[in-house]
Design a protein around this ligand. Structure first.
Ligand code: SAH
Length: 238
């Protein structure tokens, strides 16, 4: 089948955008899981099942609904983005979660990564600095039935000491370095997954706590929005 040169819908009412909108989201998720995740090396069947189950289109602004399952990050307001599906899956897979953990996420955004994590662990705490994003995500997660997620408002570079220690901490914004409070709030043997580098380019690190020492392994190259706050980047003025 060739593309129509004039791009018109013709007389039969066929229009590619209309078609995309009509495709069953469950079908689009299946395609996403096969093409973007399994084919690129995500192996953890629990992670793949969670990505198949969470309705990503419910987490993004309606004007991007048609793009919900495409292979890229999408805007969610305040200049922030929901990560590309592959990166969400890679971050969920990296700590090797088995089901009984308590996990801290820094950077709730629209709540999508928190929803995926909630299917993999006992309890998720997630911290967002923008109150309106946190309020919307709290409401959305409740409506969609993700009952084991608690959304907090604050500077996530300070972690969430009231609920520490955590078996895993996942940071979904780019840090200049490892924020010391996050390392301190890891359980013994716990894993911290975070992008570290410059505002333009980072490596996703897997950091494990052994007593007072940390071992680090670099995973993927990546590009996240900046982590701002006391142990992050300074917020842009103006
Ligand atoms: N995990 C999110 C992606 C969020 S993008 C999702 O699934 O949608 C990164 C988020 O980190 C943004 O919402 C941004 O506001 C938030 N953020 C940046 N610095 C922060 C900080 N110090 N504390 C808490 N949240 C922060």
């Amino acid at each position: 089948m060739s593309d129509s040169q004039d791009g018109s819908a013709g007389g039969n009412g066929f229009h590619p955008a209309a078609l995309t909108a009509q495709v069953d989201p469950a079908l689009r998720r299946r395609e996403m899981v096969e093409r973007q995740l399994r084919r690129r090396g995500i192996r953890d069947e629990r992670v793949l099942a969670a990505m198949l189950s969470v309705p990503r289109h419910e987490f993004i602004p309606p004007e991007f609904a048609n793009e919900a399952y495409s292979d890229r990050p999408l805007p969610i307001g305040h200049g922030q983005t929901i990560s590309q599906p592959f990166m969400v899956a890679a971050m969920a897979e990296a700590p090797g979660l088995s089901g009984d953990e308590r996990v801290l996420e820094i950077g709730t955004g629209c709540g999508y990564q928190a929803a995926v994590l909630s299917l993999l662990v006992r309890e998720v705490h997630t911290v967002e600095m923008y109150e309106d994003l946190a309020v919307d995500s709290r409401e959305r997660l409740r409506r969609l039935g993700y009952g084991n997620v608690q959304v907090h408002v604050g500077d996530g570079t300070l972690g969430w000491p009231d609920e520490a220690p955590f078996e895993a901490i996942i940071v979904t914004a780019a840090a200049p370095d490892i924020p010391p409070p996050l390392a301190a709030q890891l359980a013994e043997g716990g894993l911290l997954i975070l992008p570290v580098g410059t505002p333009d380019e980072q490596r996703l690190l897997r950091v494990q706590k052994h007593g007072s020492a940390l071992s680090k392994r670099a995973l993927y190259h990546c590009r996240f929005v900046p982590l701002v706050g006391q142990y992050g980047w300074k917020p842009k003025s103006g």
